[in-house]
Design a protein around this ligand. Structure first.
Ligand SMILES: [Zn+2]
Ligand SMILES: [Zn+2]
Length: 587
């Protein structure tokens, strides 16, 4: 684990060096350091309609650099390699003569196989085959975890998956066996020494998070899927997960999959929190994004306002023809130190140097505040910061085959800023508060400038810097710790039924979405850059030094810290476990 730490430090260091060189010189690109990916896709292993191979080929066809197969946990009856609409076959384990291991299933599930077994012995074998078919692509084994006490999360553990000559996904299979809420097998893991969790509900989920943080802190991710679909995740849950497993639980899907569905995101309006109304009709996503990420001052901003490192992503959740294929509509771009390098990918995801896009509206983004990139913190003593944005709106066709609107143009970019006031203690009533009032759009940029919005904000003109790149430089006064993030769209202000007069996306009305309409309502969202403001009078040099190192180690402070303090225990150091935040009351 120590070695991995060292590697991480080195790779991040190299990344920063490479990046600052490239931006310093041409400021046109990040030397191919951003890779596009999708980590949420289903095959016939778990309710998808197409074979494993079909989904692998589609992921390549739609331009992804990497992807994760992430079929559901629990138990399933079909062999994903041999079953699919594309193959015209439906091969059950039973009909293939393959014997499921472990405890007997419920009577109606005879012939079903626990997912730990199919992951370990069949699913991962397919991953290895398709890595050989597409050697220039990075393909991970993951699964969609039935999270006890919640709904779903996409999980991968890359440990063992790339061990040359002895590749396996045993750690992931073990995790599924121990912690999946629908894997009720109690005997199949015994021979490997896998100990089934005896906890239930949210306690079991937190036990699982700690297990990942303890055993695979640098080699795993766990990302709540469609987090605002069902009301099964509260903001306090995200805070809990991030507190016990900060290296593994570092974000959620800001934009769910199922964007082709007549109800965009396939959100159930009776269960989704924060459904909105428009023209007496309801919708639960907003320009495709869930309410957690799309509402200014909503759940995501509340987390960022703590200074919490919590990133958004987007994923296809591909199942069948009524879904966009992986990469066809959504992409998550991740800054990595090296292409086709699984550790660099996980490091990049954890770093927050990521952004999400629909309809290939943009294909490049450099976003810096001072010297810091997305996910990083810029520390400054000055009263203003320089914000630099370079963005590529490519003059090429996207993957839209549903209308002739195939080369969308970016209409404008919103620069959003919020105040950072420190981590909230679990004992503070504000720990469950899911909104914040200090986040707002502070500037808008477009091709002409001079356009006033409903709040009186007047847009500024961006600079065309050639080859479809646009450039923005902006100064902003700071007097405290802050964060900055971006969103942009092809829609102009006051677009009927799509965008309001202040630049906010309107609800996607249930049952009224079409593939062509989704492709007409396109967005990108960046992850934030944080600014730590150190006033010259307020902080001594040593305090300042301490606070910088706190930031680097992911440590933070409580909001209103008169009676409650964050302490960070290093007691697990002998076990090579990274420092984990702990809480106590009093001084
Ligand atoms: Zn799901
Ligand atoms: Zn899914």
């Amino acid at each position: 684990m120590r070695l991995q730490y060292v590697f991480l430090q080195i790779s991040l260091f190299c990344f920063i060096i490479l990046n600052s060189c490239s931006t310093g010189e041409s400021s046109k690109s990040q030397d191919g350091l951003y890779v596009s990916g999708d980590f949420h896709q289903h095959t016939t292993y778990s309710g998808g309609e197409y074979s494993f191979g079909h989904v692998m080929e589609a992921s390549k066809k739609y331009g992804l650099d990497w992807w994760s197969n992430s079929d559901h946990g629990g138990t399933r009856e079909l062999w994903g390699k041999a079953s699919g609409v594309d193959l015209g076959t439906r091969v059950t384990w039973e009909s293939a003569g393959i014997k499921p291991f472990g405890s007997p299933q419920e009577s109606e599930d005879v012939g079903f196989m626990w997912r730990w077994q199919s992951l370990k012995y069949y699913n991962f074998e397919d991953i290895l085959i398709w890595r050989r078919v597409f050697p220039d692509k990075l393909i991970l084994q993951a699964f969609e975890w039935n999270v006890p006490g919640h709904e779903h999360a996409n999980v991968s553990i890359i440990a063992n998956q790339f061990d040359a000559g002895k590749e396996n996904c045993d750690p992931l299979a073990q995790f599924e066996y121990m912690f999946d809420d629908e894997d009720n097998d109690t005997t199949g893991g015994l021979e490997f020494g896998w100990k089934k969790s005896s906890l239930e509900g949210k306690e079991k989920a937190l036990e699982a998070a700690k297990w990942l943080q303890t055993n695979y802190p640098m080699q795993a991710y766990a990302i709540p899927s469609h987090p605002d679909k069902s009301g099964e995740y509260l903001i306090s849950d995200f805070r809990d997960f991030n507190n016990v497993a900060p290296d593994v639980f570092f974000g959620f899907d800001g934009m769910p999959g199922h964007q082709k569905n007549p109800t965009r995101g396939s959100y159930d309006l009776d269960e989704a929190p924060y459904p909105a109304e428009m023209n007496n009709k309801k919708g639960a996503t907003f320009g495709g994004a869930g309410p957690f990420a799309s509402r200014i001052g909503g759940v995501w901003d509340a987390l960022l306002s703590e200074g919490r490192k919590w990133w958004i992503s987007a994923s296809s959740d591909y199942h069948a023809d009524d879904d966009f294929y992986p990469g066809e509509f959504q992409k998550t771009y991740t800054g990595v130190a090296g292409k086709n390098d699984p550790q660099a990918l996980i490091d990049g995801m954890r770093s927050g140097n990521t952004y999400i896009v629909t309809g290939d509206l943009i294909t490049g983004l450099n976003f810096k505040v001072g010297k810091a990139m997305m996910g990083q913190t810029f520390e400054t003593e000055k009263n203003n910061v320089k914000i630099e944005i370079e963005i590529l709106d490519p003059d090429i066709q996207n993957f839209n085959t549903y209308s002739d609107y195939t080369n969308p143009e970016l209409d404008h970019i919103d620069l959003i800023a919020g105040e950072v006031s420190g981590y909230i203690s679990p004992s503070n009533p504000e720990y469950s508060k899911d909104n914040v009032s200090t986040t707002r759009v502070i500037a808008r940029f477009d091709a002409t400038g001079g356009i006033e919005d409903a709040n009186g904000l007047v847009s500024r003109k961006w600079t065309d810097s050639g080859n479809s790149w646009k450039k923005i430089s902006y100064q902003f006064g700071v007097s405290g710790n802050m964060y900055f993030r971006l969103r942009g769209t092809n829609l102009s202000l006051n677009s009927p039924e799509e965008l309001d007069g202040a630049g906010n996306p309107l609800p996607d009305i249930a049952e009224e979405n079409t593939p062509a309409r989704a492709f007409s309502d396109l967005w990108f969202y960046s992850n934030p850059v944080f600014v730590e403001y150190v006033s010259e009078k307020g902080n001594s040099a040593s305090e300042k030094q301490k606070s910088i190192s706190d930031i680097q180690q992911g440590k933070k402070w409580y909001r209103g810290n008169t009676h409650t303090h964050a302490t960070f225990s290093d007691e697990n150091d002998t076990n090579d476990v990274p420092m984990i935040a702990r809480w106590h009351e009093g001084n």
